[in-house]
Design a protein around this ligand. Structure first.
Ligand SMILES: Cc1cc2nc3c(=O)[nH]c(=O)nc-3n(C[C@H](O)[C@H](O)[C@H](O)COP(=O)(O)O)c2cc1C
Length: 98
């Protein structure tokens, strides 16, 4: 069964989605990713898509603007992380403590 789950927004213009709306969507999305992982469903975050095309393709209601998608799937025996998965920048490069 395919369902349409809409992650937020009350506005149809992506540029008009409030910062709060984007933050809310990100929080919900992160929780969904953790839960999926907990259930054994691996997933990655995707933002490189045209929201309008996706909305049209999935016939979403006008007040539903896709702000991110996930690629999800069960790993196989052969599944392995890319080398980049384990590369980390020093925390000082990504976090500023005020
Ligand atoms: C905000 C954000 C947007 C992303 N958008 C895309 C995307 O559009 N397409 C894509 O292939 N990966 C995208 N990625 C990267 C994947 O979600 C993932 O981080 C990457 O494949 C590395 O996964 P790994 O560390 O588990 O190996 C995005 C990551 C972030 C944090």
């Amino acid at each position: 069964m395919r369902t349409k789950q809409c992650i937020l927004s009350e506005k149809t213009d992506l540029n008009q989605i409030t910062l709060q709306g984007k933050q809310d969507a990100a929080i919900v999305a992160a929780a969904m990713m953790y839960e999926a992982e907990e259930l054994g469903v691996h997933n990655v975050w995707l933002r490189g898509f045209d929201s309008k095309v996706v909305a049209e393709t999935f016939d979403l209601p006008e007040n539903c603007v896709p702000v991110m998608m996930f690629a999800m799937g069960y790993p196989t025996e052969e599944t392995k992380h890319s080398d980049w998965h384990f590369m980390r920048k020093p925390i000082e490069e990504t976090v500023t403590v005020l």
